[in-house]
Design a binder for this molecule. Structure first.
Ligand SMILES: NC(=O)c1ccc[n+]([C@@H]2O[C@H](COP(=O)([O-])OP(=O)(O)OC[C@H]3O[C@@H](n4cnc5c(N)ncnc54)[C@H](O)[C@@H]3O)[C@@H](O)[C@H]2O)c1
Length: 122
């Protein structure tokens, strides 16, 4: 089955890769042979998850800091990933921003509260 769905030689970027869905998808992509990078706004989790994926799946998983609410930050991610990996064959968007608040809360209209750096770094 793995031969049928082999991703050997493919370059994959998982945005939101430090989250629950993202890290699971990233691990699956590695298991099927892809070279994988995860990107996320959460710098601490990003470092921890990329190290964990590298250890548990036996292949280096790159990481990039990105804030997808910023066009500049996304462009920097694309530039860095293409510079490091040569190209991107697979893009997974698994980021999310969830919060619980009553319908009257101003949070529904104030957008995200991300305070992360907008620079991408490997
Ligand atoms: N978990 C599920 O069962 C499930 C099912 C269906 C859909 N989803 C959707 O999939 C997405 C991911 O779900 P999850 O459970 O992995 O959530 P999660 O909270 O575990 O992960 C989301 C990740 O996105 C990152 N993120 C948030 N804002 C970002 C930004 N501006 N730039 C870059 N990264 C950012 C977070 O730091 C986090 O690591 C969500 O949109 C969720 O609604 C989840």
């Amino acid at each position: 089955m793995k031969d049928l769905f082999s991703l050997e030689g493919k370059k994959a970027v998982v945005v939101g890769g430090a989250g629950g869905m993202g890290r699971g998808i990233a691990g699956g992509l590695v298991d099927y042979g892809a070279d994988v990078a995860i990107a996320d706004v959460n710098a601490d989790a990003l470092e921890q998850i990329s190290a964990n994926l590298t250890e548990t799946h036996g292949k280096d998983v790159r990481s990039y800091l990105v804030d997808c609410t910023s066009d500049d930050s996304v462009r920097q991610l694309v530039d860095a990933a293409v510079a490091d990996m040569g190209r991107v064959d697979v893009l997974v968007n698994a980021l999310g921003y969830n919060f619980k608040a009553p319908p009257s809360s101003s949070r529904w209209t104030s957008g995200t509260s991300s305070s992360a750096s907008t620079s991408a770094a490997s």
